[in-house]
Write a new protein. Structure first.
Length: 246
């Protein structure tokens, strides 16, 4: 056999290095992905990239709006469904139908205020006139008491449409009715001689709730209605809220 046709018994060193190098890289890759923190880290990195892309897209969409439009959106968020600002308790309450709070009587001009609402900023005389005596103590009067100028009984009406939440008789206040309205508003009617509604009834503004009477707590006032308003559980002077519709 010709020597030139004999197989060469020597191994090419370069091919050996290539095999070893490839094997080493494969092992290193397997060891890298075998570590517990690798995949969570990859997921977190991918999530961060996605969030960044979404944020950039949102920013570019908002920046394209006119400044006036953005300001308008901000103002609308601060205004309640009833057209009053959330931080302005003296704003006029308005129902979704556009209905506004009214006095709970047929003719306000035929009424007199037998006891006013206690005003923290009032004079000493005004504050003294708005204190209720309960046994041996005095309490601020957080309502407006209305009495007919002729001293007679009169119909007490719903100051705004809503749902009757309380309809009960108490030893101190006589019959009492509470009505829930939109925007966290509640109207309270005490010192009633009778009631014509019950809990759960839906009433319209102007519906007759009962008749004015005399309460044990304020019996010196005679026949009257004790009318209170609460806005988000805080008592508010009814006179500061009502736009006289009579």
């Amino acid at each position: 056999m010709n020597d030139s046709n004999k197989p060469n018994g020597k191994i090419d060193p370069s091919s050996t290095r290539n095999v070893v190098s490839s094997s080493s890289r494969s092992s290193a890759t397997k060891r890298f992905f075998a570590k517990r923190w690798v995949f969570p880290a990859m997921y977190m990195a991918a999530a961060a990239i996605i969030v960044t892309i979404l944020w950039l897209n949102a920013s570019s969409g908002t920046s394209g709006k006119p400044k006036d439009e953005a300001s308008s959106a901000s103002v609308q968020q601060d205004i309640g469904a009833g057209g009053q600002t959330a931080e302005d308790p003296d704003a006029l309450p308005v129902a979704a139908s556009g209905e506004k709070l009214a006095w709970p009587v047929t003719n306000r001009d035929a009424m007199s205020v037998s006891m006013p609402y206690y005003n923290e900023n009032g004079t000493e005389d005004e504050q003294a006139a708005a204190m209720v005596k309960d046994g041996n103590k005095f309490m601020p009067h957080t309502a407006v008491d209305l009495a007919s100028k002729d001293g007679k009984a009169f119909d007490v009406k719903a100051a705004m449409s809503g749902e009757v939440a309380v309809a009960e008789q108490t030893p101190q206040n006589g019959y009492e009715i509470q009505i829930k309205h939109p925007n966290g508003l509640v109207t309270v009617y005490q010192s009633l001689a009778e009631m014509k509604v019950k809990v759960g009834d839906s009433v319209k503004q102007g519906d007759v709730l009962g008749t004015a009477g005399v309460s044990e707590l304020e019996k010196d006032e005679g026949v009257h209605v004790h009318f209170a308003v609460k806005s988000n559980s805080q008592t508010v002077d009814p006179a500061s809220l009502i736009e006289d519709l009579q």
